[in-house]
Write a protein that binds this ligand. Structure first.
Ligand code: ADP
Length: 664
């Protein structure tokens, strides 16, 4: 939940940051555009002012040029000639007239660039404008302009014109007027320096914005900048307007916005990269946290104690298992150096020497070494320590890591199996002795009985002589008595040995096998034999003397393993198996039979050996007694069972014996 809230907060912050940056960048681009627009506007304003100045000074120059026509008091034809010259040089002038004081035309000249412009309308129709201009000129005693007016031309066209009237004075007296007609459109083209540059349209407008004359390209864009400036002329005021447009509404109108946009893109990509990096880091962090949690869980679940020491012998790390082992908390252990709190006082010297050797750099044995540790309660316990150098990420050894295993339980089990082995061996010896006694009693019974009957016979045959007869008779009787006594003793020994029949109880077959497994395993490990036990589920109990049957199993297993102890047998395998014997065999007195088998992969049994296998004291081993198998057979037969053997396939021998199933 907490992590979730944190993640959503982080996402929120990121979103805010991105939004802010985007907003900032948009603002920057917009401002840059605005700045650029204002730059354009300023330039345009300056252009308008200079255009107006151009027109004004052009007009003034023209006034002087026109005055110059009258220099030297020319006659009308001379005047006309000079006026034509002026018209040729000034396209903006359409017509120049020399009028008398009553505004009658004395001479005139028309521009050579157009047809006579007044032909269509007649000059007399425009006289009103001319007279108005001249009245103003008279008032001002200088050149004055009329208001502009439209002069229709052929084909529905027309031109906007402007009249200039200049009073002519000679000897202080008004002697007439010079009237010049300007074409407004040509004024724009001719008088303004540079004319209309690309993307710019010049126009004269009236105060209300009505366009009178245009010059320059047709507007093609909706992004238009406009600047206007008043052209104040005596008698008339015109507005000069400049329209300029950007070829296209550019995304990057100029270097500044392009730069800002470029920077914004760079900033955004850095932001994106930062975000990506952040995500990667976050993932790595998660991975690390997981790995850490995994490591912690692993350390905590370990039953092996872990202890790390630095190169000075100070403890730098202990896991919970180690703490539990020695009964000290991690705080009590961390940072302590020799003698460690878990060293038994009597062994401190030895341990200190060992640690000194370790710190000097000698590698400990890979399989570990045994040691004794002290618990907090003062009890000692054996441990197995496996040490390895602790190498850090840069490959430098920073100390030693030890895995500590408490082996007291292992010791206990070893002790237990040792005593049980001793017990079994004692039982085995006892059984062997019993078997010997039983055999001896069987063998001695006959000769003793013979001695007894011979003694009795001899007694009857003795000649009757007094004295000697009586002594011999006594001796003979004694012999018979002693022989009988010996027989009784032997019978009682025999009975003693056979007495164990009473110990029979129901036992689970699995329990019989499990009882001998520790001893079998002990020898199997020594001889490199793999032991397999096969015990079907739900087998009924068998009725037997468990100790004796265990002895049988142990004997057979030991024989099998000894048979396999040959260098040429590599895959040594011993199989102990219990199954229910086929029920047709002798099931009259019992619920059935259980068959035990012990199989090996040894060399098998040669026919000449097989013939005497169960003969007491027959052995092929240097240290053998030759009583094992005969004892086994006796025990099994005493239980009513049968012991035999077969060849194992592909090699080896299987010894089998049966035991009765315990009645329910
Ligand atoms: P011991 O083991 O003291 O020799 P045993 O009566 O147990 O006496 O065995 C008699 C002989 O039977 C052994 O010496 C051995 O030659 C042979 N024998 C017993 N078991 C096997 C077996 N599984 N494979 C081969 N030979 C065996």
């Amino acid at each position: 939940m907490n992590a979730l809230a944190l993640a959503s907060r982080r996402h929120g912050l990121w979103a805010l940051l991105v939004a802010l940056v985007v907003f900032l960048l948009a603002l920057l681009v917009w401002l840059a555009g605005r700045f650029e627009s204002s730059q354009v506007q300023n330039t345009l304003d300056r252009q308008a002012v200079s255009a107006v100045n151009d027109v004004r000074s052009g007009l003034n120059r023209n006034v002087q040029t026109l005055q110059a026509i009258f220099a030297g008091e020319p006659g009308p034809s001379m005047w006309s000639y000079q006026a034509s010259t002026v018209l040729r040089e000034h396209r903006e002038l359409l017509r120049i007239e020399w009028r008398d004081t009553g505004l009658g035309i004395r001479a005139h000249a028309d521009t050579p660039f157009r047809g006579a412009v007044f032909d269509r309308l007649g000059r007399e129709h425009t006289l009103g404008d001319v007279s108005l201009a001249c009245a103003t000129a008279r008032r001002f005693s200088g050149p004055a302009y009329s208001t502009s007016y439209f002069l229709p031309q052929s084909a529905g066209l027309g031109i906007e014109v402007l009249e200039l009237c200049m009073p002519l004075v000679s000897a202080g007296q008004l002697s007439g007027y010079l009237v010049a007609t300007y074409s407004l459109q040509d004024m724009l083209g001719e008088l303004i320096e540079g004319g209309a540059s690309r993307g710019v349209q010049l126009a004269f407008t009236e105060a209300d914005g009505t366009r009178l004359a245009l010059h320059g390209a047709v507007l093609r864009s909706n992004r238009v900048f406009t600047a206007q400036h008043l052209l104040d002329l005596p008698g008339n005021t015109l507005v000069l307007r400049i329209d300029s447009w950007r070829a296209e509404p550019d995304l990057f109108p100029n270097v500044l916005t392009a730069l800002v946009t470029g920077l914004s893109i760079a900033l955004l990509s850095v932001l994106a990269m930062l975000g990506k990096d952040m995500r990667r880091r976050l993932r790595a962090e998660h991975g690390l946290a997981d790995a850490l949690a995994f490591r912690k869980a692993m350390e905590d679940s370990l039953v092996t104690g872990l202890r790390a020491r630095d190169l000075q012998g100070r403890i730098t790390y202990v896991n919970p298992a180690f703490c539990a082992m020695v009964g000290l908390s991690a705080d009590e252990l961390l940072g302590t150096s020799a003698p460690a709190p878990y060293w038994p006082p009597e062994l401190v010297d030895e341990y200190q020497k060992r640690q000194a050797i370790r710190l000097a750099g000698s590698s400990p044995p890979r399989q570990g070494f045994e040691s004794v540790f002290l618990r907090k309660d003062g009890s000692r316990f054996p441990v197995l320590i496996i040490e390895a150098p602790l190498i850090d990420a840069t490959g430098i050894q920073t100390g030693w890591m030890s895995a500590v295993v408490d082996i007291s339980e292992q010791r206990r089990v070893e002790e237990l199996s040792r005593t049980s082995q001793e017990r079994l061996q004692a039982t085995a010896r006892l059984a062997t002795v019993g078997e010997m006694a039983s055999l001896l009693s069987h063998e001695l019974n006959q000769p003793l009985a013979a001695i007894s009957s011979y003694a009795t016979g001899s007694l009857n045959l003795l000649p009757r002589q007094d004295g000697l007869h009586a002594e011999l008779e006594t001796a003979m009787r004694r012999i018979a008595e002693q022989a009988e006594r010996a027989g009784r003793v032997i019978r009682s020994v025999h009975d003693f040995v056979r007495r164990r029949e009473q110990d029979r109880v129901p036992v689970a077959p699995r329990a019989l096998i499990d009882a001998v497994m520790p001893l079998v395993q002990l020898q199997a490990r020594k001889l490199g034999v793999q032991v397999e036990t096969v015990c079907a589920e739900g087998l009924p109990d068998v009725l037997c003397d468990a100790t004796m049957v265990e002895q049988v199993l142990l004997n057979l297993a030991r024989n099998a393993m000894q048979a396999m102890d040959r260098p040429e047998i590599v895959r040594r395998k011993l199989v102990l198996k219990v199954v229910l014997a086929p029920s047709n065999e002798r099931t009259i007195h019992h619920a059935g039979w259980t068959e035990f088998s012990v199989a090996d992969v040894g060399p098998g049994i040669a026919p000449e050996v097989a013939a005497q296998l169960f003969t007491p004291f027959f052995t092929t081993k240097a240290e053998g007694m030759g009583l094992g198998l005969s004892l086994c057979r006796t025990v099994v037969e005493q239980h009513g069972g049968f012991l035999g053997f077969d060849a194992n396939h592909p090699q080896g021998t299987i010894f089998r014996f049966t035991l009765p199933v315990a009645p329910p």
